[in-house]
Design a protein around this ligand. Structure first.
Ligand code: NAD
Length: 471
């Protein structure tokens, strides 16, 4: 098995040491990833610094064209990328799996390539002219999680380079391979050094967040790591976009048709096996429809095939890694004694056997705030359901959480749903769906779910500093 290489200054760079990347569906080795040294990270930052100086001098139109060509490269290699993604991440090829993620990466790249940041004239009169310019920050450090290794890499890298920055990207040690290949493809159409990719242990992250030559960190990952990054970057006063964990609440009003909303609730909660930042992670259902919603949701969930990602029939895959599998098992074990298990609930006994990190789809009713599966982010295929009677009380419960990424309201009465939505403390609220992000709408968390936004004009502007010229 040939090891993958780092991508530094437009070249494929070997490392002395490699590490194994495990396919979570089979627990076999999916590939060997390069283990970058501190010196190699320094090489990547240096290459990015040099490349950025000329990259920012290119016209915006040239950078837009380059981004469009990135989308073309991904499209030309879509199936190859999807297969590699499934091998290391575990998600199915079909359904809302790898091919869908690659399709999303192409769509996001194309849309972002169409954005522009012309100077703004703030004043032009007898007293003078005042103009606002958006200038690139310099070198952007991108630190990625393991749930959407291609799509999130695109969310970080494309707006950064469009704005005239250069990037050093560091994938999660669990899923480095597809991102390395993606950056290799980007390098076919970008000048060398504009996008670099280093992989290795978690210790590369702190080196990046304290690096004096990295001007901004864009990080997607857990709240715990986000807090460390926020603290470590203070010394060099880095710009920050932090997209952190969520514990999204969904509130079902009493007028719904349970059968009609079951599919939307299911995919809202279980997309990517629940390993999605803005997935529905706590479901509050009104007493009038509680038993019917539970029944319809379970009926829909029972039909969903889970399997190895290369099985074309599979709609859901394994948990991505053993650490996350254990977090989910622990939270479900705690909830089992407190609520009513409607589906799943029993983690298969592993006994050292390599059977893949498959955790059964789990739905547990009759839980409440204060139970760990409700209060903590499960980030896996387990959904708690909570009964409510009073709308003020349920909004208070939905907001009683340090996270504030997304939320949803389910009702036939859109006006009533919008009123509830406006009272939810979160960055995005969906009505009769959950988690449907799109490239033209800013996305980010409030409270401890993050700082800043991604996507759209507002997301692009986060990769710039403002300069105002008075003349
Ligand atoms: P994680 O925080 O464990 O790791 C994310 C990345 O941070 C990895 O690349 C890791 O190597 C790196 N890292 C670890 N320690 C570091 C440090 N001290 N300094 C710098 N970098 C460090 O997260 P994960 O387990 O990969 O991802 C799951 C979490 O990500 C969940 O909480 C989920 O909600 C969140 N997430 C959020 C969004 C969003 O957009 N808000 C999207 C996807 C995932």
């Amino acid at each position: 098995m040939d090891p993958f290489r780092l991508i530094i200054d437009g070249k494929k760079v070997p490392t002395k040491q490699c590490f194994e990347v495990i396919n979570p569906g089979t627990e076999k080795v999916a590939g060997l990833a390069p283990l970058a040294t501190k010196d190699q990270l320094e090489d990547a930052v240096r290459a990015a610094r040099v490349a950025q100086k000329s990259w920012e001098k290119q016209t915006e139109r040239k950078r837009q064209t380059a981004c469009r060509r990135i989308a073309e490269r991904i499209e030309a290699h879509a199936e190859e990328l999807a297969q590699l993604l499934t091998a290391e991440q575990g998600k199915p090829l079909g359904g809302l799996g790898s091919r869908w993620e690659i399709g999303g990466a192409i769509a996001w790249t194309q849309y972002t390539a169409s954005l522009s940041m012309p100077p703004k004239v703030l004043q032009d009169n007898n007293e003078g002219r005042v103009e606002l310019f958006r200038k690139p920050i310099g070198v952007v450090g991108s630190i990625l999680p393991w749930n959407f290794p291609v799509m999130i890499a695109i969310w970080h890298i494309v707006p950064a380079v469009l704005a005239g920055n250069a990037v050093v990207c560091k994938p999660s040690p669990y899923t480095p391979l597809t991102t390395l290949r993606l950056v290799e493809l980007m390098n076919e159409v970008l000048p060398r050094g504009v996008v670099n990719c280093v992989t290795g242990d978690d210790d590369l992250g702190p080196m990046m967040t304290s690096h004096p030559d990295i001007g901004k960190i864009v990080f997607t990952g857990s709240c715990a790591t986000g807090k460390k990054i926020y603290a470590s970057a203070a010394d060099t006063m880095k710009r920050m976009t932090l997209e952190l964990g969520g514990n999204d609440a969904g509130i079902v009003l009493p007028d719904v048709d349970p059968k009609q909303i079951a599919e939307g609730l299911f995919w809202g909660a279980f997309i990517n096996g629940g390993q999605t930042c803005a997935a529905l992670k706590r479901l509050y259902v009104h007493d009038d429809v509680y038993e019917d919603v539970c029944e319809e949701l379970v009926k829909f969930a029972r039909k969903m095939p889970m399997g190895i990602g290369t099985d074309e029939a599979a709609m859901l895959g394994p948990v991505q890694n053993l650490r996350q599998y254990e977090i989910v098992s622990d939270l479900v074990a705690d909830a089992r004694g407190k609520g009513r298990v409607l589906l799943g609930g029993d983690a298969p006994v592993r006994n050292g056997k390599k059977t893949g990190y498959f955790f059964p789809l789990t739905i547990i009713a009759d839980l409440d705030n204060g139970d760990r599966l409700v209060d903590e982010e499960q980030f896996g295929p387990a959904l708690p359901i909570i009964r409510y009677r009073d709308i003020d009380e349920v909004i208070e419960k939905a907001n009683d959480n340090p996270n504030g990424l997304g939320g949803s309201v389910w009702s036939r009465d859109i006006t009533a749903a919008r009123q509830v939505a406006s009272r939810m403390e979160c960055g995005s609220v969906w009505i009769n769906k959950h988690g449907a992000i799109q490239p033209n709408a800013p996305f980010g968390g409030v409270k401890q779910s993050g700082v800043g936004v991604e996507f759209g004009q507002e997301g692009l502007e986060e990769y710039t500093d403002i300069q105002v010229v008075f003349s």
